[in-house]
Design a binder for this molecule. Sequence first.
Ligand code: SAH
Length: 249
Amino acid sequence: MQELSNIKVVLVNTSHPGNIGASARAMKNMGLHKLALVDPKDFPSGVAVGRAASAVDILESAQVFDNLEAAIADCGLVIGTSARSRKIPWPMLNPEQTATKVLAEKNTNKVALVFGREDSGLNNDELQLCHFHVQIPANENYSSLNLAAAVMVICYELRKTQLQLLDTKESQEDEFWDQEKATGEQVEHFYEHLERVMIAIDFHDPKNPRQLMQRMRRLFSRIRIDVMEMNILRGILTNIEFSIKNRQK
Ligand code: SAH
């Protein structure tokens, strides 16, 4: 069966190395291989190796990053997991929809599935780096799964959907789009540029930011602009900067 090589599982700031090992095992069981660790508290670790069983190769090839932005810099689709709903509503998927979306896009876009800390999950800034949020519909009175169990549920959904697609011989062609989507890194540069220009035209006051940048992030996340569209927007922002400068002369 086709490897899910364009899909990475990202574990953010994990406290217990056992959870890293158990997540690696769950991934390998379900046919995923790429693990990224953001600022893990204890890694490499013998405890992780013990819990990984025959998935030690995944730990050995895991990439470690300082922050989530760096881990998703090459990704065109980023999906964050969350045990509870947040203040600003964000496009939500259930695990089945997540699997369908990821498999439909995996050949055109690198995909990140992002999991949070054992105690506090993903923070708001991290959640805003994600295009979609997925919540496993667990018991409303106790909805927080163990980290590795949540990794297993999402990876199992991917596996199940992949098997169904093969079974029914449905087309595995990507959703047709003529351009690649902008990557995390390109999008971050765009937000910096947008913020700079909004300040320059007195639209945005960084001392009183309200939730402007979060709302901008949500807007562009929802659209998921492609590389060509991103270049156009960057071009517009650059021209705005030019004409401000020229007027000041
Ligand atoms: N108290 C934290 C829960 C952390 S559980 C919170 O409220 O977010 C550790 C991680 O496991 C979460 O960050 C998420 O990645 C995953 N997880 C746990 N339960 C989940 C659920 N019901 N849906 C989606 N992800 C879940």
